[in-house]
Design a protein around this ligand. Structure first.
Ligand SMILES: C[S@@+](CC[C@H](N)C(=O)[O-])C[C@H]1O[C@@H](n2cnc3c(N)ncnc32)[C@H](O)[C@@H]1O
Length: 335
């Protein structure tokens, strides 16, 4: 007599042929419902993919500039993959078996495994470590993930991603800068004038004390608004983060990663692109990196001061900042 579980399993419907491994050159993988796309990235269909393409293209260019062999032939980790739009674009270069997509949201990794059969999608804990081996990845990308993480989560995941990328390998992340604090301030002004829509009303709550957030940002401290983002994205680690360059340089630098490119928000897409290279770990290399960072920082602070003398009007900034995780609007998280 077999168990009821064995009998239930044996009675399952026949599956038919196993799904074919995804090939984006041959046909388009199925898309998730529009509402789900918007919920995670604030955009859908062509707009969502165009942003993903701009990111993946920029990463490929940076790889070339660093003398890296490129995406083709690399093992690539899509950290915080969501419903998989970045992975879809990566698949134009990266063979599915070389692509690893991870997220804290098990529903998203299940969706990615079903819609992009053949890639390696995996659910990771909110706090590292992952099961990925040391130096097992050539390239790690994280679009619109570090723009949402608390300071502690940012530090922990910087350490983990630096561990899994190989020496000479690259990590490309996106972040929000001080323009995000401008956005929150503008939203608060709209609320005071009674002119706020749902988006502005939700953004207005991100930082209770905007002057303090601005001062903290300018003192190189990450500014985190603990809104949460729904589901497993709880407010203890997830919300909105404005991330100063020096914070990134220090935290990632302490883990053997050097910033080789910083393209500010609005240049390529609504978030800034940061490219880091994993270098050697010896003390001399660290000291040289620290000295180079100090010189570069002084030059860049001067440039940034000039740039910020002509801030974009709120409405133009807001257009780039659709979506808000856990803001009560039930809409998107694009940043
Ligand atoms: C704004 S969405 C961006 C999704 C995707 N990168 C894109 O651009 O289409 C942020 C994603 O990061 C995931 N995430 C948040 N914290 C994470 C963590 N600690 N580890 C892995 N994924 C995380 C979220 O669940 C969500 O899917």
């Amino acid at each position: 007599m077999t168990s009821s579980l064995v009998q239930r399993l044996a009675s399952g419907a026949p599956l038919g042929d196993p799904p074919a491994v995804v090939d984006v050159h041959g046909s388009a993988p199925p898309n998730p419902p529009e509402q789900l796309q918007v919920q995670f990235v604030g955009l859908s269909f062509e707009e969502a993919y165009a942003e993903a393409e701009a990111f993946v293209t920029a990463v490929a260019e940076e790889l070339r500039a660093c003398g890296h062999p490129g995406l083709r032939g690399s093992r690539v980790l899509d950290f915080g993959c969501g419903w998989g739009r970045i992975s879809r674009l990566l698949l134009s270069e990266v063979p599915p078996q070389q692509l690893f997509a991870v997220d804290v949201d098990g529903e998203m990794t299940a969706l990615v495994n079903v819609s992009l059969p053949g890639i390696n999608a995996m659910t990771v804990p909110v706090t590292p470590p992952t099961v990925l081996r040391d130096a097992s990845m050539d390239v790690v990308v994280a679009f619109s993930v570090f723009s949402h993480l608390s300071r502690a989560a940012h530090e922990a995941w910087a350490r983990e991603l630096a561990r899994v990328v190989r020496p000479g390998g690259i990590v490309a992340i996106t972040v929000l800068g001080e323009e995000f604090i401008d956005l929150v301030e503008g939203a608060q002004q709209l609320v005071r004038r009674g002119a706020a829509d749902d988006f502005a009303a939700s953004m207005a709550t991100v930082f209770a004390d905007v002057p303090a957030a601005r001062a903290g940002f300018r003192a190189d401290r990450l500014q985190f608004g603990a809104t949460g983002g729904g589901g497993v994205r709880t407010e203890d680690y997830y919300g909105w983060a404005a991330v100063p360059r020096r914070f990134v340089e220090r935290v990632w630098g302490d883990n053997g990663m050097e910033v080789v490119r910083w393209r500010p928000s609005g240049e390529l897409f609504s978030q800034g692109l940061v490219v880091l290279v994993r270098s050697g770990d010896d003390a001399a290399a660290r000291a040289v990196r620290r000295a180079r960072r100090a010189v570069r920082h002084r030059a860049e602070v001067a440039v940034e001061r000039l740039r910020r003398r002509a801030p974009a009007p709120l409405v133009a900034v807001a257009r780039r900042f659709r979506g808000a995780p856990g803001t009560g609007t039930g809409t998107a998280d694009q940043l």
